[in-house]
Design a protein around this ligand. Sequence first.
Ligand code: FBP
Ligand code: MG
Length: 303
Amino acid sequence: MSANFQSQTPALNGIYSGLFTAAENIYAHLKKGSGLHIVETSNDSGDAQIGLDVIADEAFFDSLKDDPNVRYVVSEERPGLSKISDGDYSIALDPLDGSKSALIGIPSGAIFGIFKSAETDVDFHGGNIVSGGFFVFGMNLEVYFADGDKVFKGLFDQATSQWTILPITAPLPISNVWSINGANMTVWDDWLQDHYAALSDATNGQTPINIRWFASMVSDIKRLVLQGGMFAYPRANRKGYEKGHLRLVYEAIPMSFLIHAMGGASSNGQQSLLKTPVKTLHEKTPVFIGEADKIAALHKAQE
Ligand SMILES: O=P(O)(O)OC[C@H]1O[C@](O)(COP(=O)(O)O)[C@@H](O)[C@@H]1O
Ligand SMILES: [Mg+2]
């Protein structure tokens, strides 16, 4: 691992290095096709795992376990907080996001958040996050992240094993695209059904929103970063979807941190995901992340 990147917070440099190294390892496994099968085990949340979920979790843990700045590592694939050292920073990970998509060749990835002052589950909230973003394991190995208030994108050159990290200074682009799984539409909350119907109305010459859904959050958020729009996974009045599908600590908060740093906004339907209190590490939350005026329109739709 070699990268032309220095964090605003020097203590994070070793953590980034560990994260990048793990991503390189996972990507190498994916390229070889290893771990692309359902395994007998499930994670603590009861989700079925593929082999690469386990490989990815171990790769991140291995590359962070000797860093004296890392206090805890928490992961979608682990039940609780794994203590590493007495350092000041804790890492929350979705080590392989979009694993079912990886099985059929759709780009998957990994999501990370770096939190300060975390001692228990409830401390992994948006007020404590100092870095957040994601890797994409696709045609290329890429990273998109906010280091404090600065946003970066990076590309890994497999020939030279060198990362090139570049700043993103432009604000979040604007587009008419929503990334949303409409399967639960008939059991969404009424206000959302009405709002979505209005946005999708193509009658009388109106231009409806365009829908794009990878079923891989990293790929859908990559589109949001590069093209703008809205990413949503709402709650629904259906068993198993009462709080949506995505996880607050290691999916919603890190992605929100990145999009907020680009001038966007987030919501659980009522309030910013960065202001949402955390009760437990693996809790789910409804997710809306995107352009600030689209989030504002969402809140207005409920008045
Ligand atoms: O299958 P659905 O309902 O389309 O959900 C897809 C969503 O679930 C996820 O795959 C998250 O689940 P995993 O972290 O277990 O892969 C997201 O990447 C994606 O946005
Ligand atoms: Mg995920």
